[in-house]
Design a binder for this molecule. Structure first.
Ligand SMILES: Nc1ncnc2c1ncn2[C@@H]1O[C@H](COP(=O)(O)OP(=O)(O)OP(=O)(O)O)[C@@H](O)[C@H]1O
Ligand SMILES: Cc1cn([C@H]2C[C@H](O)[C@@H](COP(=O)(O)O)O2)c(=O)[nH]c1=O
Length: 210
């Protein structure tokens, strides 16, 4: 049986990584084959692009350069890892995908959501996740969570102003309305167990309805 492809989105520190790890364990215990991965990255070339994009020293990077690099990393990741895993019957859980580009580069950087969607269509050729969970959180709370977690690297995007991060949230809320058939919004300010229970409900509904 063919697998499926789910993405997880939200402002920095919303809890995507935490939820994906818990979901992977939960789904494996239910007998599903699961592959967790992330963007930008997931494969060798895309991880190399990640280190260029997120390097805190690369302060001169142009917004369009940034958008093109994310899209290039996405194409390699999709072809090399995501599509083969779905074809092999895995449930693929991806930490960020195209919506991150639409929101961070298209909306918050001001490049235009439709313009960024266009360059990403070239990269993904219509291959969207069947379900996207958007973890909604006040960005200030997300950034505070990151600051508490001493193991987490501080990258170039984390160094953006608080107003940039608020634009990110505004962008996600608009996107969730625009793509309401694909994006499910979950209140990520709640305790871990509550957020996880809501995530499981949304994911199982999609898996059972395949
Ligand atoms: N619901 C929650 N309540 C309180 N703390 C949480 C919750 N979810 C995650 N955390 C903590 O917040 C921090 C950030 O979580 P996590 O790394 O999962 O977020 P993220 O969305 O993947 O962040 P980033 O986008 O920066 O990679 C971690 O220290 C994690 O333990
Ligand atoms: C895929 C993607 C990501 N970003 C931003 C979002 C985050 O600030 C970083 C990635 O860091 P994380 O700790 O792995 O979440 O990159 C973006 O701006 N555009 C994208 O397409």
């Amino acid at each position: 049986m063919k697998g499926c492809f789910f993405s997880f989105e939200g402002p920095d520190g919303a809890g995507k990584t935490t939820m994906i790890a818990k979901l992977e364990t939960f789904l494996r215990e239910k007998g599903f084959a699961v592959l967790s991965t992330r963007e930008p990255g997931g494969v060798r070339i895309a991880e190399a692009i990640r280190s260029i994009i997120l390097n805190p020293d690369h302060t001169e990077m142009d917004g369009r350069t940034e958008a093109l690099l994310y899209a290039a990393a996405r194409r390699q990741h999709l072809l090399e890892k995501i599509i083969p895993a779905v074809e092999a019957g895995n449930i693929v859980l991806c930490d960020r995908f195209v919506d991150s580009s639409l929101v961070y580069q298209g909306f918050a950087r001001g490049l235009g959501v439709d313009e960024v969607l266009q360059i990403n269509q070239f990269a993904i050729d219509g291959y969207f996740p069947s379900l996207t969970i958007y973890f909604d959180i006040d960005p200030k709370m997300g950034l505070e969570r990151i600051q508490k977690n001493k193991q987490r690297e501080i990258n170039r995007l984390d160094m953006e102003s608080l107003s940039f991060h608020y634009k990110v949230r505004e962008g996600y809320l608009k996107l969730a309305e625009r793509f309401s058939e694909r994006i499910v919004t979950i209140d990520a300010s709640k305790p871990v167990d509550e957020v996880f229970a809501m995530t499981v409900t949304a994911v199982m509904k999609q898996i059972e309805g395949r």
